[in-house]
Design a protein around this ligand. Structure first.
Ligand SMILES: [Mg+2]
Length: 442
């Protein structure tokens, strides 16, 4: 038993063991608390995720027992008892999922976004919607929220999807219902203390403006269902995926220069200037062997500035693909942006148009994808799409861009593609978000 008492707790690990709504607690100085992970339990357990409260780490465990433990405390009875450790109450309260309901309101290929004055999205664009009220259905909640925010009745055209997400720095999870809808009228009356602006955007642009993961995933699902939106997106590709059927499977998007090959001052403009980086081919093979599909997404400023004809770019890519094929590496498609920094195109990173095109052509889903790049704008692009991101580069390179990359907080930071690949295969896809907030430096 703990002889120091609970007041002196700090940086300890506790085990939260629950089954069928019953919670296993130990009595300590007249109070009921979670067992510490260094204390022996009277039954075996298996791991079931982690809850991080800063100084207290709570390891969730599933008990391996063959009876319903009547003698344990029921989770709902815990709140009215004064002899239960506050950490237990906090952990159980945190397991209650929050619910939001949101709507992608569209007009042709464009979607309606609103700019918030307060809350999580303060100063950022978001889609209409918000928290569900006590006892409210998701449909009623989103209709009410939209009417409150923009003063217009919306008509729901169906549920796009239901998602679960954690939020950075918060151990609780939120369940998000995202609908598709249209407006009954366009006579907006914006709620003055909540919404400062409204506007219609293409999906690629909307993705760069919102920080809300439900809005991002909903926007991609809307894009895939909307023939107007799919048709409106024009992105150049090498043609490897022509005629293939879209399949949703784990995919890694790779930037080209600085990830696969060495970047060059004055650009790679001839096949003989294409030089694979150390670890690049090994990294691609490692990902492929672990079941990941590979797609390349590259800004081609040299083409944008008319320094590189697209026919020549095709030759460079054909040379690269031949070398990769010899090594047993298969690329699903190469997307490229042939524009330059002053163009307002959907495809130039940090706009996620190339990733959206891959969602359409290959069946990539943000929650099953990673974006790997050497520039802050690559990380920004992955974030915009709503997938996880890895940032690669030498220590000196990373030092140079550290401040610029910080707002986009990459999930993995690595010296080269081989190390990034190894971290990605360990982390997996976002479908199971538990314990996914820890940064990995590989
Ligand atoms: Mg690059």
């Amino acid at each position: 038993m703990d002889t120091e008492g609970m007041a002196q707790r700090g940086n300890r690990e506790y085990a939260y063991i629950e089954t069928d709504g019953q919670v296993y607690l130990v009595r300590d100085h007249g109070k009921l608390r979670f067992p510490r992970t260094d204390e022996t339990l009277p039954f075996p357990t298996e791991p079931n995720g982690v809850m991080d409260f800063g100084s207290d780490r709570i390891v969730r465990q599933k008990p391996l027992i063959d009876h319903h433990p009547e003698e344990w405390l029921g989770r709902d009875a815990i709140f009215e008892r004064s002899d239960v450790d506050p950490l237990v109450k906090r952990a159980i309260y945190t397991t209650l999922i929050r619910c939001v309901s949101e709507v992608i309101v569209s007009k042709g290929p464009r979607v309606l976004m609103v700019k918030a004055v307060r809350g999580f999205s303060k100063g950022h664009w978001n889609v209409p919607g918000g928290f569900m009220d006590y006892g409210e259905s998701p449909q009623a909640a989103v209709e009410r929220e939209a009417r409150e925010e923009i003063g217009v009745r919306i008509v729901l055209d169906g549920l796009l999807n239901v998602y679960v997400s954690g939020f950075p720095g918060k151990p609780a999870y939120t369940l998000g219902f995202v609908y598709r809808g249209h407006l009954a009228s366009e006579e907006f009356r914006l709620k003055p203390d909540e919404i400062e602006d409204d506007a219609w955007f293409t999906v690629d642009k909307a993705l760069t403006l919102t920080r809300n993961p439900f809005a991002k995933w909903g926007l991609v699902d809307f894009f895939l269902q909307s023939s107007d939106a799919r048709r409106a997106l024009r992105v150049k590709r090498h043609g490897l995926a022509d005629g293939t059927k879209p399949v949703d499977r784990p995919t890694v998007f790779l930037d080209r220069d600085g990830v696969i090959n060495r970047g060059r001052a004055g650009y790679v403009r001839r096949p003989d200037q294409f030089e694979f980086l150390g670890g690049a081919i090994d990294g691609m093979r490692l990902l492929q062997d672990a079941g990941w599909r590979l797609a390349i997404v590259a800004n081609q400023d040299a083409a944008g500035w008319k320094l590189l004809p697209e026919r020549q770019l095709d030759r460079i890519h054909a040379t690269m693909l031949a070398a990769l094929e010899k090594e047993g590496v298969r690329i699903a498609e190469i997307y490229y942006c042939p524009h330059n920094v002053v163009s307002d195109c959907a495809c130039r990173k940090p706009r996620p148009g190339m990733l959206l095109a891959a969602a359409r052509d290959l069946g990539v889903r943000p929650r099953m994808a990673w974006m790997v790049g050497d520039k802050p704008l690559d990380v920004q692009t992955g974030r915009a799409f709503g997938c996880r991101t890895a940032w690669v580069g030498s220590a000196a390179w990373r030092k140079r861009f550290a401040a610029e990359v910080r707002p986009w907080s990459p999930d993995v930071i690595a010296a080269d593609l081989r190390r990034a690949a190894s971290a990605i295969t360990k982390r997996g896809i976002l479908e199971d978000a538990r314990g996914s907030h820890d940064r990995v430096i590989a």
